[in-house]
Design a binder for this molecule. Structure first.
Ligand SMILES: C[S@@+](CC[C@H](N)C(=O)[O-])C[C@H]1O[C@@H](n2cnc3c(N)ncnc32)[C@H](O)[C@@H]1O
Length: 240
């Protein structure tokens, strides 16, 4: 019976995002906790993965950083380029269309930002590959900033959907997101405490905070912000 549930045959592939027209209830979650933390470092080389319409990239560019936004969705990258031009930030914000899973690792960045992006990677192998690519693209003492959705088994908007996914043997925290016509649009992931422990392993935790947020469709949900700093390589005279 579980095979007949909507979305049962959907591939858990982030590449579905090439053609998704993302119009979330909350247009942007600005990196307000990250910006002051970077002030002491001076201008940084920043990569934002899954930059969407570029709001966060522009905010960081206007704070003096040199920003590269990467997204698999061509329409989002066009919107990001227009946004940067309109904000007079185009000289500090560049955008690339591409699949992070294919392109990473890049030559080292000081800061890598992922806002509402890990949720698009429901398959554990892809989620891990992306995080591994992020770690390998960071300079020593580089900063990762992740702002995403947390698993909350008590949330009425998700309890049933988590249960349906779990009855198919999917990873805990995965669920189907339907299009307005009710047909499955994509599979999303909400992060469990185990996921948070796993993603933080390579880093010294600078900040981990949960807060109430809104999903794409405006459901109240729990979100987390994680800021981690990569250790300096042994022997460079830094903290060990
Ligand atoms: C939920 S949206 C969030 C967009 C933006 N960060 C925000 O908070 O508004 C996820 C973004 O990640 C992008 N994305 C998904 N899979 C990707 C991949 N494999 N490589 C690059 N970008 C990807 C999507 O196209 C989309 O713009």
């Amino acid at each position: 019976m579980t095979g007949a549930l909507p979305g049962a045959s959907m591939p858990m592939d982030s590449r579905a995002w090439r053609s998704i027209n993302y119009r979330p209830t909350v247009q942007s979650y600005p990196p307000t906790r990250l910006v002051p933390l970077l002030e002491d470092r001076g201008p940084c080389r920043v990569l934002e993965i899954g930059c969407g319409g570029g709001e966060v990239c522009v905010r960081l560019a206007l704070a003096g950083h040199r920003v590269f936004g990467l997204d698999i969705n061509r329409a989002s990258i066009r919107a990001a380029q227009h946004h940067a031009a309109a904000a007079n930030a185009a000289s500090r914000a560049r955008f690339i269309i591409g699949d992070a899973l294919q392109l990473l690792p890049f030559a080292r960045f000081d800061v890598i930002v992922l806002v509402r992006v890990l949720t698009c990677f429901p398959a554990p192998a892809e989620w891990q590959r992306l995080l591994d690519g992020v770690r390998r693209s960071l300079a020593p003492r580089g900063i990762v900033y992740i702002h995403d959705f947390a698993f909350d088994a008590s949330n009425d908007a998700y309890r049933q959907r988590y249960a349906e996914a779990s009855s198919r043997g999917w990873r805990t925290g995965n669920f189907v997101v339907p299009a307005p016509d009710g047909l499955p649009l994509f599979i999303a992931h909400h992060h469990t405490p185990d996921d948070l422990s796993e993603l933080s392993i390579p880093y010294e935790t600078v900040l981990l905070k949960h807060h109430e947020g809104e999903s794409m469709r405006g459901h109240v949900c729990t979100m987390f912000e994680f800021i981690g700093q990569l250790a300096a390589p042994c022997g460079d005279g830094g903290d060990q």
